[in-house]
Design a protein around this ligand. Sequence first.
Ligand SMILES: *Cc1c(COP(=O)(O)O)cnc(C)c1O
Length: 434
Amino acid sequence: MLTTEEINTLDRDHVWHPYAAMPNAVPCFPVEKASGCEITLNDGRVLVDGMSSWWAAIHGYNHPILNAAASAQMEKMSHMMFGGLTHEPAVTLAQELARITPGSGDNKLDKIFYCDSGSVAVEVAMKMAIQYWFNKGISAKSKFLTIRGGYHGDTFEAMSVCDPVGGMHHLFSSTLPQQLFCNRPETKYHEEWDESDIQNFQQALNKQKDEIAAVILEPIVQGAGGMRFYSPHYLQRVRDLCDEHDVLLICDEIATGFGRTGTMFAVEHAENVVPDILCIGKALSGGFLSFAATITSPKIARVFEQGPAGVLMHGPTFMGNPLACAVSLASLQLLQSYDWKEKIKFIEKQLTTELEPCMDSPHVEDVRVLGAIGVVEMKEPMDLKMMQPRVVEEGVWLRPFGKLLYTMPPFIIQSHELRKITQAMVTLATRRRV
Ligand SMILES: *Cc1c(COP(=O)(O)O)cnc(C)c1O
């Protein structure tokens, strides 16, 4: 086994980390193993996990049920090409996804395209929308309208609909597709709806509907773009207006899907909002491995049976990976084997109570909680290089970014573990050296 020092040296010499310089300016902590909500570092320290590995590990780590599903599938085959072949894990997972996603009749989200990551699911959704209109003989509809403050992934088409400022568009402006942006919703989740909040969106849609293939947004929670929770009425109005203007609606639930916000999918916070295309990922496999899907309805899928653009032009090498499908099905069954809604309510309540003291700090701008997401927004951006070791000293794992100190713990977290996280957040937010 390598020493912590040896791992750090090799890491610095050869390994690139997310959004990082090479070598990494902020050193990483080597992890030896993880189980439940505990991450064990190579130096023996044990941290309570407040990140679920970026929204994904909803059942915690090393879960025996997910491990068993993976082992059983591995005994048969871990991968098989999906062109011309199919298998039980892919079809049973598809059946289960079709059962739990919203919609009915011609709008039922029951046509599933498997992808290998969230960004790819977004790429596929955007292709699907463009090809949909092309196949209907309307090739002018090829742009996307989105709200500022969004995040949809790091591949080019996905990046083109990320927030134009936070999404680093200026670096890639010569190659990035030019999309349409409108103001983000201002009405917060619990606030009374103000109809003027939709005006900017309505104007943009009205003006350019003939060029717009689809609206793409994260429903209710804008995640990596700022951790904001907005009014379900906004989403409702977006759905109505898309219908009125003959524009498709893509909902990116890669972060919010599978219970995180208190409902199975965040669109369920609004009444009768069914997107035309839904992207899922992250928690789909319970954080076991990279897996995602783009899901649409018979209404959209039908167009691909014939037409000038023909079939949907996408097919990843690892599409429908049997191991990922088997683990994802086990993860979905595990989620539904207990009263997860009650558990999320419990987490929400504890986060709300225990993060509230942060509001007393002069450094804190806002504290907000929705489902199993707790956010402390600071007035000034934090210095990650300084903050990250302090987080670890508190015995927890959190990854602050910009002004945001936030947690989205595994759903299985116990009350005393969550308290450790909230206490660390209160300490870090209130005793912050500026
Ligand atoms: C993480 C995320 C993505 C990208 O998923 P990857 O698996 O990292 O490619 C897209 N959309 C949203 C809302 C996300 O949170």
